[in-house]
Design a protein around this ligand. Structure first.
Ligand code: SF4
Length: 331
């Protein structure tokens, strides 16, 4: 039930609240230990804000973020410190998140010092060397600076920075979207290997369905602050049920040009509405090809739709059976 609403301020001193941006508006999901939950949706759907809310990098307006039996959302900052080491984040832009003036040893030591890991600099250095090797970077990386590495290597440094703190959970925010396609698979494979070796739990945030497909056990699809569909990865790819997921999937290219693409094409018309002024009822009704009068009036709950899917749509069964007429063109 997590909500993150940002106040919109106006006035000379920006002291007058004139509205809210409903970035995350009541999302419930569960990430099992040792598994990967892939969270997808267009930019601006609230997926990154949700990831940040889990780490308390933004304030949670309402709802609970339960980790290991403790609700982090309401924890005083002092107590939250105990959990910070165990929940780490890997950012989208490796260069932007690494201080260009610090060498790699200094970047990786910072968090270790803050969390009291390693009694001496020598001990910390040995640990950093071991982690650099684990993520596929040479030991001499220690004394070098971020600009001396390629994009893929910098993302490995970002992953190493998280790993030196021995976390249980890593939130990967668009971990490969800034990288060349040829490098993306290497970083995704590395994340998978590390999960297997270290028993890590991942929340992987991405706008690209192709990225989360292979790495995720479960995928959740967000639209304008809400979770609209959730299913095991294979089930979601085999048969998406929510109209928005269908549209996202129909935009993913078929990898083999020899294979005939028989999928239904669903083109979405119009832009993503503003999260400061979301549509009434089902938030997708302004773009949904099957929208009916009820959709604008009543917000659908995320409910069990069989075959492992949870779907937030009033007409899942009717769309599935082909009974519901289209109210907008799909291409
Ligand atoms: Fe489309 Fe209505 Fe279902 Fe929303 S509830 S996805 S508008 S059919």
């Amino acid at each position: 039930g997590v909500k993150v609403h940002f106040p919109v301020k106006r006035g000379l001193l920006f002291d007058r609240t004139v509205g809210h941006v409903y970035a995350v508006d009541g999302v419930s999901l569960k990430v099992e230990a040792g598994q990967t939950y892939g969270l997808v949706g267009e930019s601006g759907c609230g997926k990154t804000t949700l990831g940040r809310a889990v780490l308390r990098l933004v304030d949670v307006t309402d709802g609970e973020v339960v980790f290991d039996g403790t609700d982090l959302a309401k924890l005083p900052e002092e107590e939250m410190r105990r959990f910070r080491r165990r929940l780490q984040m890997v950012f989208q832009d490796p260069l932007g998140s690494l201080n260009p003036r610090q060498n790699i040893e200094s970047i990786l030591s910072e968090g270790m010092l803050a969390h009291g890991i390693g009694a001496t600099q020598e001990e910390r250095r040995e640990k950093i060397k071991a982690i650099l090797q684990r993520v596929g970077l040479p030991a001499n990386a220690l004394s070098r600076y971020p600009h001396e590495f390629s994009g893929g290597q910098r993302q490995r440094i970002g992953i190493a920075r998280a790993l030196v703190l021995e976390p249980d959970v890593i939130i990967c925010d668009e971990p490969v979207s800034a990288l060349d396609v040829s490098i993306q698979a290497q970083v995704v494979n590395l994340l998978e290997e590390l999960q297997e070796q270290l028993g890590l739990t991942y929340l992987v945030i991405a706008h690209d369905l192709a990225v989360v497909r292979h790495i995720s056990d479960v995928i959740g699809v967000m639209y304008l602050g809400s979770l609209v569909e959730e299913a095991p990865s294979d089930a979601l790819y085999a048969a998406p049920k929510h109209p928005y997921t269908k549209a996202l999937m129909s935009a993913v290219p078929v990898p083999d040009p020899e294979v005939e693409d028989r999928r239904e094409r669903i083109l979405l018309h119009g832009d993503l509405p503003s999260p400061a002024n979301p549509p009434t009822g089902c938030r997708f009704h302004t773009r949904c090809p099957w929208a009916q009068a009820r959709c604008a009036a009543e917000r659908p709950e995320l409910v069990d739709a069989g075959e492992g899917h949870k779907v937030a749509c009033h007409f899942t069964a009717e769309i599935e059976s082909g009974e519901l007429p289209l109210t907008r063109p799909t291409d």
